[in-house]
Design a protein around this ligand. Sequence first.
Ligand SMILES: Cc1cc2nc3c(=O)[nH]c(=O)nc-3n(C[C@H](O)[C@H](O)[C@H](O)COP(=O)(O)OP(=O)(O)OC[C@H]3O[C@@H](n4cnc5c(N)ncnc54)[C@H](O)[C@@H]3O)c2cc1C
Length: 423
Amino acid sequence: MAAATEPPESDVVIIGAGAIGLSTAYYLLQRNVSVTIIDQGTLQDRCSFGNAGLVAPSHFIPLASPGVIAKGLKWMLNPESPFYIHPRLDLNLLKWLWKFRHFATMEYVVRHRGPLLEMLSLTLKLFQEMKTPDPASFEFRQHGLLMLIEQEQNRKELDLLYRTAQELNVPAKWLSQAEIRELDPNLQTDCPAGLYFPEDAHIEPGKFLREMSTYLQKQGVKIIENTLVHKIRREGSHITGVDTAAGFVPAKSIVLATGAWTPRLTRELSVDVPIQPAKGYSLTLPAPENLFHTPLILTETKVAVTPFQERLRFAGTLEFAGINLSINPRRVEAIRKAARRYLKNIPEDALQQATIWAGLRPCTPDGLPILGRIPEHPNVIIAAGHAMLGISLSTGSGLLAAQLVTEETPAINLEPFRVMRFK
Ligand SMILES: Cc1cc2nc3c(=O)[nH]c(=O)nc-3n(C[C@H](O)[C@H](O)[C@H](O)COP(=O)(O)OP(=O)(O)OC[C@H]3O[C@@H](n4cnc5c(N)ncnc54)[C@H](O)[C@@H]3O)c2cc1C
């Protein structure tokens, strides 16, 4: 990738080269807008790199939903649970939790699930329609998603999801153990049942970032890595460009696709963007022989399992511990335990030698991403806060952010995602 030798002249500077930043560049390119992308790190540092890669319209219930708080408090006491808040006196975290509590009601779930589903469906459609780069190059496949339950009595964990799927016409079906065997004979499990979403898809997210970056650069997009944007420069309310570790980069518009780091830049623009980093881990191993082809959620443990062409990935844990990528071995071990409990043919040595990765999910308190213009600085667009859905919402967010830049009518109503909704 290009090094910052001299300030490039582009119409738009995108800060952040994750799934959202690259997708935004992709749709700006289609609109003949010149783009420079700047990222403070390298590929592996991005949350978009080592995640489970699910493109999952089934995930239309926002994280903030009834029952989540009670369950979270219970989990806090268990060092191997999938959820943890590192106790500390952080005013922004406390304010975030207060807001989350406000949104975790049925009223908000009903209000938010429609817009979320619309954006999830748009993203899936855009992946299906993509010609270049070839989606096969990043393993785009539509093999559904199976949410396994370990015990029959835990069907109720998925009841709200199943009922709402029926209401919203999202295809979903309960499968018995025999039907699971029929769906995917290589899937060896004792689980009694699973909720199956046949239309969900997945990608290999690291390959997506690589293929997209290569394609964009071939088409003239400049990508500058290892370069921190430390300040957004302004004249009055008009933003003129960004100050980076390698100098000033001018721009007519700026897109903040900065994931979990977004508040660091928006603070100085006096905008309250309540995004908290929620760390998650993934374990990636070489694909065992006769690997199943259906992505899974191990429901009780909240672990996602994605079979790729040559590898198998387990991903989970939601740890609110600030901007901190350290690895907690107990929680990694909890993911291994889940793998052993639900699946019968995963070799133990491969599980032990798996590559471990951590990423920071950018979480908003209402479970919707932030996608819109900053009213006081109209040439700055925020496209961040995608929490556990940044791949499932990637191409959709990219298209919508590009449409905001070019002042087209957006493909869907962006009102529920506006920047100032947390005031
Ligand atoms: C374990 C795990 C599993 C997951 N599984 C899934 C899944 O199956 N499906 C799904 O949809 N989502 C999943 N997610 C969530 C998904 O990974 C994120 O929502 C998504 O990657 C966010 O993308 P992004 O582009 O906003 O952020 P990122 O990929 O983090 O990119 C933001 C980039 O901006 C850069 N940046 C920030 N500030 C600056 C600055 N000042 N200067 C320069 N650069 C800057 C950062 O360094 C970073 O590279 C998972 C997450 C985790 C942790």
